[in-house]
Design a protein around this ligand. Structure first.
Ligand code: CAA
Length: 296
């Protein structure tokens, strides 16, 4: 990136559902994108899944074949962080574990070019803390996408204490180039969206735990009674119950208020490995295409 110029080469760390979505919207916006994950195979599988998403859009007539092929030509996968050395920005979308994010930012800080920006898609972890691990704290920022990334319009831009005005400006512009609407949020656990959402999802878990109704009753109540597109338990399954629990734990620990205490039932589902749609079972069961198969 020429100083102050647009960001063109985007690295994505993490090829899970969020990383795939971010890589897809970046490549569709005309950026050159490299995805890496802990193992090169995961990164390769991530790229293959993006191709499937684009194929679906072509089948539905929402994208033409040439645009799909041009998008795929801008997407590649790498084997290690050093493959991101020339990126203008790297967006991290690894699991919601503080220790892991600190290691990733330390490593990216060492291998990425000096003026590269490092962004995190963290849902709750302190950007200021992550920035401190990077060795370039003024060029670290939160870029919080919503799931499913290609569909959801919002990106929360989270400035850590040392984030520079310039980093904030170019990253906000980049999110807008991806077709997103941005809001600015202070670096306080949960930012804006998850400060509202996680207590709702957690309360729905308490509702199920206390036998207020079945999962389907609770979800139908919220969908039809509040006009939400999905019920909270269905949405928790989409986000991943491990991710929901990790965010709830951050809110509880960092804000120190028991109103954020995670529901024991949520802990139990995570302990059982019922992590939601991505593993075929959470509050509901899903078939291989990710469609809901059975409610409990
Ligand atoms: N990837 C890409 N596109 C997807 C998709 C996915 N995973 N899921 C659905 N879509 C697309 C569909 O292809 C469809 O596109 P067309 O209209 O072009 O055909 C469109 O979205 C609508 O999908 P459906 O008709 O299948 O179903 P729907 O109308 O129920 O919409 C939904 C699905 C968009 C997911 C909708 O239910 C919804 O908005 N749910 C709420 C999602 C939400 O709240 N996300 C935020 C989670 S919080 C978060 O992510 C932050 C965090 O840190 C935890």
């Amino acid at each position: 990136m020429a100083s102050g110029g647009p960001l063109q080469t985007v690295g994505v760390v993490g090829a899970g559902q969020m990383g795939q979505g971010i890589a897809q919207v970046a490549a569709q916006a005309g950026c050159d994108v490299i995805i890496v994950d802990a193992a090169p195979d995961f990164a390769q599988q991530g790229v293959a899944k993006i191709k499937k998403q684009l194929d679906k859009l072509v089948e539905k007539g929402k994208l033409d074949g040439a645009a799909r092929d041009a998008t795929m030509a801008r997407l590649s996968h790498g084997g290690a962080h050093k493959d991101l050395a020339d990126c203008d920005i790297v967006i991290e979308a690894a699991p919601e574990k503080e220790e892991l994010k600190m290691q990733i930012f330390k490593s990216l800080g060492e291998v990425c070019k000096d003026n590269a920006i490092l962004a995190s898609n963290t849902s709750s972890i302190s950007i200021t803390k992550i920035a401190a691990a990077s060795g370039r704290p003024d060029r670290v920022i939160g870029m919080h996408f919503m799931n499913p990334v290609p569909v959801m319009k919002l990106v929360e831009i989270v400035r850590g204490l040392p984030t520079s005005d310039e980093t904030n400006r170019v990253v906000t512009e980049l999110a807008q180039r991806f077709g997103k609407t941005t809001i600015g949020a202070r670096d306080i656990p949960g930012f804006i969206v998850n400060r509202m959402l996680i207590p709702l999802l957690n309360e729905a878990c308490y509702g199920l735990y206390e036998g207020l109704g079945t999962a389907s009753d609770i979800d139908t109540g919220v969908k039809l009674g509040l006009n939400h597109p999905m019920g909270p338990l269905e949405l928790a399954d989409l986000i991943g119950l491990d991710t929901c629990l990790a965010i709830a734990e951050v809110l509880h620990r960092e804000l120190g208020d028991d109103k954020y205490r995670p529901c024991p039932l949520l802990r139990q589902y995570v302990a059982a490995g019922w992590l939601g749609r991505k593993v075929g079972r959470g509050f509901y069961k899903y078939d291989q295409t990710g469609r809901m198969a059975v409610s409990p």
